[in-house]
Design a protein around this ligand. Structure first.
Ligand SMILES: *Cc1c(COP(=O)(O)O)cnc(C)c1O
Length: 387
């Protein structure tokens, strides 16, 4: 079988894949079908929080798998309730809804915001402000929420009720509030797909003040920034803000599909039976794994994430061919003199996997990558950026 050829023949052309088949791995190391070992600084796009084939996570997942795999949400199961309770304890949010992806988590947040605003302010208040250059998912509604025209053009008409403000421009947000009846403001504290751009503290603080004053809900999309990635359990914890809704996905599952909308005080009881749902949401195998991941995102681990982050900034800032380094924790964007794809290819040839975000090279290593692995990978990146 020629996997590259069969993939091209039988799989829809939605992905530009790197020419590498992965066959196994452990932690931050991957093994390709070419027999080579790679250091993985992508983690399946911030999903494999503790890297490949993590023993503790496998054990949590298989333990549940051996009991039963699925029941539907018509019955009670322990793993999803325990995970919900733990998420609320660790964030101060009040209730959670389980889905299977980031886009679905955001759909749940958007529906919650619409219902809340309709009840509080009337049915004509449904517009949500999102930020330009944001990314919130691929469904027709989360695509509408995504503040990038390039993703919209071929799929019109999208769900109405979204307006886009410039990131870090509070006057623009205020103008949008003046022009529209606003239900919510949705943002990533670090825009991931948009090029790893953190919001400023001043901007987030100002958002928080306006939202409080106008009873506008704040929705933090923590699909990528969540679950320890930024050096805090959730990215918003780096900022002076308490969102009304926090969505997450990617890294919480540790490699199995999960999406969560965490509902704060204002919206904790917004949903009634039948308002929303998901067949697979809260799946016990996925939740048992996620519970294991969450329990291991300790203060000690978060300190380590911050130390690794510092190592990356210290090594790459000012290095030859590096124009800028942005990001928080282990979510890093590198603006390079050479085209990002050239740097990425050169890294891959030299045994290091990194990915792209807009014009930047993006690093999302597993949180438990060893310092020595990270150092070795950074040397390869430095070399690739040079000349
Ligand atoms: C990846 C991502 C999504 C979409 O998640 P899916 O699981 O692919 O649906 C939404 N928001 C942000 C910030 C993301 O990074």
């Amino acid at each position: 079988m020629d996997i590259f050829c069969d993939d091209k023949t039988y799989i829809a052309n939605t992905y530009a894949r790197f020419p590498l088949e992965i066959v196994s791995g452990k932690g931050a190391e991957l093994v390709g079908a070419d027999g080579r070992t790679y250091i993985d600084l992508a983690s399946g796009i911030a999903v494999n929080t503790f890297g490949m084939a993590d023993d503790e996570w496998i054990s949590a997942v298989t333990k549940q798998l051996n009991l039963f795999q699925h029941t539907s949400n018509l019955y009670y199961t322990k793993p999803c309730v325990m995970l919900a309770k733990e998420l609320c304890k660790r964030t101060g949010m009040k209730k959670v809804f389980f889905a299977n992806s980031g886009a679905e988590a955001n759909e749940c947040a958007i529906k919650a915001a619409r219902k809340y605003a309709a009840l509080k302010k009337g049915k004509d208040t449904y517009t949500i402000i999102t930020l330009k250059n944001s990314f919130h998912g691929r469904t027709i509604t989360t695509l509408a929420a995504t503040g990038q025209d390039v993703f919209h053009e071929q799929f019109l008409p999208l769900t109405e009720g979204f307006v886009y403000a410039n990131a870090n421009d509070i006057d623009d947000v205020k103008a949008k509030i003046a022009e529209n009846k606003i239900a919510a403001i949705m943002f990533e504290v670090v825009q991931g797909e948009g090029g790893v751009n953190p919001l400023t503290k001043d901007f987030v603080e100002a958002l928080s003040e306006i939202a409080k004053k106008e009873d506008i809900l704040l929705i933090a999309d923590e699909v990528q920034t969540g679950n320890g990635r930024t050096g805090k359990l959730y990215g918003y914890m780096n900022y002076p803000v308490t969102p009304d809704i926090v969505t997450t996905a990617k890294g919480l599952g540790g490699g199995l599909p999960i999406g969560v909308a965490m509902l704060g005080d204002k919206v904790k009881d917004i949903y009634g039976a039948g308002d929303h749902g998901s067949t697979f949401g809260g799946n016990p195998v996925v939740c048992a794994g996620a519970l294991n991941i969450l329990s291991r995102i300790t203060d000690e681990l978060l300190d380590e994430v911050q130390a690794k982050s510092k190592l990356i900034f210290d090594t790459l800032e000012g290095a030859e061919g590096v124009l800028s380094v942005t990001g928080l924790g282990l979510m890093i964007g590198i603006e390079t003199k050479k085209p990002a794809l050239d740097v990425i290819s050169s890294c891959m040839e030299n045994g290091v996997l990194v990915i792209k975000a807009k014009n930047k090279v993006r690093l999302l290593p597993p949180l438990n990558i060893e310092f020595e692995q990270l150092k070795a990978a950074l040397e390869v990146i430095k070399k690739a950026c040079k000349n």
